[in-house]
Design a protein around this ligand. Structure first.
Ligand code: ZN
Length: 282
């Protein structure tokens, strides 16, 4: 099941068509994805056998953030060895956590205005929490996950590194710096949920053809999804609809000397989940 947000209404997406949740469920479920996440297991059983005959074709540009107003957004830093290496930093012993402020959250296919000359990309698997979690065990970590999605953790590196100590959150929270989608994909759709290919390509005025900039696998994460959920939950309470950006693999721009310029188009993909394309303008 793939839960999306089309023009502000919750939809199930299948074969490039969208089924309006409120209408198809006869009002049992709301048109707001936040309300649906509060009743995730009930919704998942309904969605698994939903009748798609009233689904309609749609324009991908009309997709909003699948969860438009999560209560909390977490992001994990340095969660792949090869990315820590390219950043010139040791792999962490504990999860490194920051936030991306809510106002930076956006739908999957947005245009991003560049606030500076050192904007970088980080393609990430996004975890959507489905059940309240506090002090849970790693062995049960997946039980608290509603589904997975694709996200970009866009970062203005100069702002991120400004000052005597790094402050990740601000440099990663300009408008549209947290696009995610195209949908929240439930775990039953992902038989290989611990090993998903994750990557990004870039095109632009001064780029010859299509440049593959990231090509990794989520099996290379230092802290796995259940480990991240369990570790976070030792301190905070995770709530239905919360998002966790789980870190990026190698290939980010700062390691390659590439930063986003007007006219660049970045396509981010996690196999089995989906693709999104973001365009950069001055
Ligand atoms: Zn990141």
């Amino acid at each position: 099941m793939r839960l999306g947000n089309l023009g502000g209404r919750a939809v199930l997406i299948r074969d490039a068509r969208a089924l309006d949740v409120e209408k198809a469920s006869g009002g049992i479920f709301s048109s707001r994805t936040a309300d649906i996440l509060d009743r995730w297991s009930e919704f998942a059983s309904w969605g698994a056998s939903a009748d798609y005959s009233d689904s309609v074709a749609f324009d991908e540009q009309d997709l909003g953030a699948p969860i438009p107003e999560p209560k909390q957004i977490f992001a994990i830093g340095l969660n792949y060895h090869d990315h820590a290496q390219e950043a010139g930093l040791p792999s962490p012993e504990h999860i490194i956590v920051f936030t991306k402020f809510l106002s930076s959250l956006a739908g999957p296919n947005v245009t991003v205005e560049l606030p500076g000359e050192t904007v970088d990309y980080e393609t990430e698997l996004v975890v959507v929490i489905g059940e309240k979690a506090h002090k849970i065990d790693v062995a049960n970590g997946w039980d608290y996950v509603a589904g997975l999605s694709v996200g970009q953790d866009l970062s203005e590196r100069t702002i991120q590194r400004r000052g005597p100590a790094a402050q990740f959150s601000l440099g990663k929270s300009f408008p549209n710096f947290s696009p995610f989608g195209p949908a929240v994909v439930s775990l039953d759709e992902l038989p290989q949920k611990d090993g998903l290919r994750i990557g990004a390509t870039l095109t632009g005025p001064d780029i010859d053809g299509t440049l593959v900039v990231q090509d990794g696998n989520t099996s290379d994460m230092i802290f796995s999804v259940p480990q991240i959920v369990a570790d976070l939950s030792q301190i905070v309470t995770l709530l239905p609809g919360d998002l966790i950006f789980t870190g990026t693999a190698a290939g980010v721009g700062m390691g390659r000397g590439i930063f986003m310029k007007p006219g660049y188009r970045l396509t981010s993909t996690v196999d089995g989940i989906g693709t999104m394309t973001n365009t950069f303008v001055a």
